[in-house]
Design a protein around this ligand. Structure first.
Ligand SMILES: NC(=O)c1ccc[n+]([C@@H]2O[C@H](COP(=O)([O-])OP(=O)(O)OC[C@H]3O[C@@H](n4cnc5c(N)ncnc54)[C@H](OP(=O)(O)O)[C@@H]3O)[C@@H](O)[C@H]2O)c1
Length: 289
């Protein structure tokens, strides 16, 4: 079974590396060709010069792309050549869009899975990703067999779209939680507590400690906003949650507020930086005295 990968960004490059090392990746494509060239050289796989070439040379196509527009731009044109092929979309996009693409692919006798992930780039490097899968259960084994080379848990969540809804459940909490961590940290700083002591409190002693405080507190203390997960991506996920919650007729007051805070962080210039940069909103908007 030949596997192709489209999208060699922060996540895709590392996922591809794990698959290539396991001998399970044959061909790659990336919009900016330089990344595909260096990947192909480093991991000795082919580089497609177009998306169509990649699809024609693959049985299974994995996509790891930024957002709804990117997935639409890449997937819609290839639908006519998807007969008998499987698309595994690992991007975090709107479940509504994903389900509509899955239906179109099904209509030409192809198959689509949504397979978004929990975990940042370091998790991929340690093969500790969690993958949440939506799609036809009878073909789940194929997805499992490929993605086990880059993930520690691959969980079947239900029909098309359910992987994405599960991912949004996670990011509703994560986005709200990291904004609250930044608020708590800034409160402690203003009170005169030692930054390292606040970090120790939140990552080791607090009843609200978690793997996220362990991962993010050192970054907050150092002001290290180097990107594990970009502010623009968290804003995008919270926007998807807002749209879906209108459809689902549920209230989402806490994540709505978090969305506004990430938008403010972007307005301050932190769109491409890690989403812990939301701390700057609290720092810059708290009066000096
Ligand atoms: N980073 C994380 O920690 C993390 C964790 C969980 C989930 N995710 C999700 O995983 C997805 C990818 O994240 P990432 O951090 O890897 O993003 P990224 O580094 O920004 O990479 C995005 C990829 O999408 C491609 N792309 C964007 N627009 C495109 C278009 N119109 N046509 C074709 N290709 C396009 C980019 O190509 P170029 O190289 O040409 O720009 C790049 O390969 C996102 O949905 C994100 O929410 C990320």
């Amino acid at each position: 079974m030949k596997v192709g990968l489209i999208g060699l960004g922060i996540m895709g490059y590392r996922i591809g590396a794990n698959l290539a090392k396991a001998g399970k990746l044959h061909i790659v494509y990336n919009r900016s060709a330089d990344k595909a060239e260096s990947f192909a050289k480093e991991y000795k796989v082919s580089k497609a010069s177009s998306i169509n070439e990649l699809v024609e040379k693959s049985d299974v196509i994995i996509t790891m792309l930024s957002n709804d527009d990117a997935v639409k731009n890449v997937v819609e044109p290839i639908i006519p050549i998807m007969k008998g092929k499987i698309l595994i979309d690992m991007s975090t996009i709107s479940p509504t869009l994903s389900v509509s693409l899955a239906k179109k692919i099904e209509s030409v006798n192809g198959t689509m899975f949504d397979a978004p992930v929990i975990g940042t780039s370091t998790f991929v490097e340690q093969k500790k990703l969690v993958v949440l899968v939506g799609g036809p259960k009878e073909k789940f084994d194929i997805v499992y067999d490929i993605l086990k080379e880059t993930a520690s848990s691959i969980v079947y969540m239900g029909s098309n779209g359910m992987g994405l809804y599960a991912k949004l459940v996670n990011n509703l909490l994560l986005g709200s939680y990291v904004a609250a961590i930044a608020e708590a940290y800034n409160f402690g700083l203003k009170a005169g507590l030692d930054p390292q002591q606040i970090a120790n409190l939140l990552s080791s002693l607090s009843s609200a400690r978690s793997p996220t405080t362990e991962l993010k507190m050192p970054k907050l203390v150092k002001g290290d906003y180097s990107t594990q997960f970009a502010t623009k991506h968290m804003r995008k996920d919270l926007e998807i949650i807002m749209r879906e919650s209108q459809n689902l007729k549920v209230i989402t007051p806490i994540s709505s507020l978090a969305l506004q805070l990430y938008k403010m962080a972007e307005a301050l210039g932190y769109s491409e930086f890690d989403f812990v940069s939301v701390l700057e909103v609290f720092k810059k908007l708290s009066p000096k005295s």
